[in-house]
Each structure stands twice: as structure tokens, then as C-alpha cells.
Write a protein that binds this ligand. Structure first.
Ligand code: GLA
Length: 381
């Protein structure tokens, strides 16, 4: 991909670019907990976004997307990121750099990638991280890595309208080959865990659906959690987020929250504890327990947090109990995208055959099967 980006860049702009790669991410467990300062357990993957970039000495930025075969240009003095266009993230990152005081000048940029679109592997976070790192490199800003993740998060919130947490860009920035990271979203610090899976592997089954209301439903879930925190603060004045509660607090939380809010809070509280348990299980090489926690996470996301959909629930149900499957759950924001499974490598072929047939029959859709392994974080290549 690097040579493809470089060749295209040279053809368009007659010079050699600096090339940066930023990966997508998977998340082992810990869904919809990051924006409540909770725990998540993501890993970067080998697939991602490549960006070729070079200063152009102008006041405009000229962009080209290989994947969309589209050009776009904008003036740095008239940044107007608009929802729904890939260039939004580039303009969004420029806006945030400029607001912070980095004197961004004109640049040329070619981007391309190999992340399956709509699969929930965080292509937008990878794009923003790649662009941020590329700008930082060519202008010599030496932007701290955590700030790159924060600008990417802000770009998504302000310009794409998703009030997302820090997980996706953080994983893209800090990924490490062969490792997942236990990330504490309050302190924004992480610990690496080698993912030693032996005869098992992590796989994704892409449902091929993405529901159009996903962004607003995501924001509503986040708002519901924030409302629960305000109500609970009357009784627990020191409470900052749902992350401060444990499953032992659930009876009390239930008595304080309206019936419509309680299941959402319960999900976040129980999911944080599942993340910690999964980390412990991994250190004991207890993959059976990890699989059970994945199952419990899916149930909670589907029934309590209500961010699954018929297609993902069907896939989860089909896969569960199949020979060689330790556990599976919907991954990411929900309402479509992928199911993540922990499966025996020798059973994977059979599972794909079975699922292709049953999913096609039920939804007239052909699922995609994607193999993923933990890879390194964003870097100049
Ligand atoms: C999306 C968001 C993340 C996180 C997940 C759900 O991927 O971008 O911040 O909230 O959903 O865990």
C-alpha cells in the first residue's frame, strides 16, 4: 500500500510524500463504557489507513482519496467540515490543530486503506489519526501521541456528530503487535496484555448492515448514562461517572433510577467489571472464561443497552454453541457491523460454511468473514 500511495502522490503532485499508517481497531470487551470513564480492551489491527503527505507552500490543501477516486481541496482560512464526507476528518483535524495554536500550512495528501467499510473497525478514527500524525511530522510539531488521539475523538464529535469516547483513536495510536490493551478511560492510561490464543483465534463476522439511525441512537445512549449519573449524584455526591459503581451497588442503583434508565446503567456497570475479569482470565490463560464474558457482554448490550439489531442477534445465536466457539459478541457502537468471535482455528472453515447458509436464508445477505490479529499503532513508514 505504501508504494501505491507514493506512486499516486508522485503522479499528482510531482514529489515524494512522507507516508504514515494508522490502524483500525477491534475491541475484545468493554463496549459503551469509554464515555463513562470506564474500562475497554481494544487492540489495533493490521488493516488501516495510509496517508502520503507533503507541505506545498500554499494556503490550500489538496486531497485525493484512492478508495473513493475523488479529489477535494480546501483553503485553510475557510475550513468548513461538513458531515458525511471523507474530507471532513481532514478539515476537522486541521481545525483542531489550528485552534490549539499549531501553525498548519498548506499540504497535499493522498489517502487509501484496506479497512472494510461499515464493519465497525474505526476507519474514521484511523483516518484522523493518520492525518494528525502526518501533519505533525511534516510541519515538525511533535504533537504528543495522546493529543493525536484526543484531536481525532474531537473531530468525530464536532464534525461527524457522534459523541464518541476515546477508545478508537487511542487504540489506533497505541496499538502493539500481538497485544491488546486494557485502557482506563478516566486516567487515559493503558496496560498491554499479550493475546496468546493457542489453537484459538479472534474472527469477525460482518453482518453487512449499518442502520441509518446509529449516530443518533449512540448519542441517546450516552445521554441516558449522563442522566443516570446526575440522578445518582443526589445520593452519591462524589460519583463522577458510572465507572465509580460496581455490581454490588446495583440493587441501590435500581431503587434510585427510573425503570427506563436502570438497564442502561446496569450495562455500563456490569461491563466494566467484565473487562476487569477478562483481563484476569487472560493472565491465567483461561480462554473459556473469556468466552463466557463475551457471551455475557452480548446479552447485556442486546437486552439492557439495546444497541444490537436482529442481524447481530441472529449471528450471535447461531455461532454460540457451535463446535469450537468459546464466545461471541457484537463489537463496537452497534446497530450493525461485526460480531467478534473467539473460535478454534480448526473449526473456522466449518463455521463460515454454516453461517453463510443460515444468514443468507434469514436475511438474504452474504456475511463477510474477516480475520484479525493485534498489530502495531500509528507510525511513519
Ligand atoms: C464507537 C465509539 C467508541 C465506543 C464504541 C462502543 O466505536 O467510537 O468511542 O463508545 O462505539 O464501545
Amino acid at each position: 500500500m505504501k508504494s501505491k500511495i507514493t506512486a499516486c502522490f508522485t503522479e499528482l503532485f510531482a514529489t515524494d510524500p512522507l507516508v504514515v499508517f494508522a490502524p483500525g481497531r477491534i475491541n475484545l470487551i468493554g463496549e459503551h463504557t469509554d464515555y463513562q470513564e470506564g474500562f475497554v480492551f481494544p487492540a489495533a489491527v493490521h488493516q488501516g489507513i495510509w496517508a502520503g503527505i507533503s507541505k506545498n507552500g500554499l494556503e490550500i490543501c489538496r486531497l485525493y482519496s484512492l478508495d473513493f477516486d475523488q479529489e477535494f481541496s480546501f483553503e485553510l482560512d475557510h475550513l468548513a467540515p461538513k458531515k458525511g464526507h471523507w474530507a471532513t476528518y481532514v478539515m476537522g483535524v486541521c481545525t483542531l490543530f489550528k485552534q490549539t495554536g499549531y501553525p498548519v500550512g498548506g499540504f497535499d495528501l493522498v489517502i487509501g486503506g484496506n479497512l472494510p467499510l461499515g464493519a465497525g473497525l474505526s476507519s474514521s478514527a484511523a483516518l484522523s489519526v493518520a492525518v494528525g500524525m502526518g501533519i505533525s511530522e511534516v510541519f515538525g510539531f511533535a504533537v504528543p501521541k495522546k493529543d493525536l488521539a484526543r484531536y481525532a475523538q474531537k473531530a468525530e464529535q464536532l464534525f461527524a456528530g457522534v459523541n464518541c469516547g476515546i477508545m478508537d483513536p487511542y487504540a489506533s495510536v497505541f496499538g502493539q503487535e500481538g497485544k491488546a490493551m486494557l485502557l482506563d478511560c478516566r486516567s487515559q492510561t493503558h496496560t498491554y496484555f499479550p493475546l496468546v490464543l493457542g489453537e484459538y483465534k479472534l474472527v469477525l463476522i460482518h453482518s453487512k448492515v449499518s442502520h441509518s439511525l446509529a449516530a443518533s441512537a449512540y448519542n441517546q445512549r450516552r445521554a441516558a448514562c449522563e442522566e443516570s449519573v446526575s440522578i445518582l449524584q443526589v445520593t452519591y455526591p462524589e460519583l463522577r461517572s458510572l465507572r465509580d459503581l460496581t455490581p454490588l451497588d446495583l440493587p441501590q442503583v435500581k431503587s434510585l433510577l427510573p425503570a427506563v434508565l436502570f438497564p442502561k446503567a446496569k450495562h455500563v456497570i456490569s461491563e466494566c467489571s467484565r473487562v476487569m475479569e477478562a483481563a484476569e482470565a487472560l493472565t491465567r490463560d483461561d480462554l473459556v472464561r473469556v468466552g463466557q464474558l463475551l457471551q455475557a457482554s452480548h446479552q447485556s448490550l442486546s437486552q439492557d443497552f439495546e444497541v444490537s439489531c436482529a442481524e447481530l442477534d441472529f449471528l450471535a445465536q447461531e455461532v454460540t454453541g457451535m463446535e469450537g466457539v468459546l464466545g461471541a459478541r457484537m463489537m463496537g457502537g452497534g446497530f450493525g457491523g461485526c460480531l467478534l468471535g473467539l473460535v478454534k482455528a480448526s473449526s473456522w472453515g466449518f463455521i463460515q460454511e454454516k453461517i453463510s447458509v443460515s444468514y443468507q436464508k434469514e436475511f438474504q445477505l452474504t456475511p463477510d468473514f474477516i480475520e484479525v490479529a493485534p498489530g502495531g499503532g500509528a507510525q511513519k513508514i
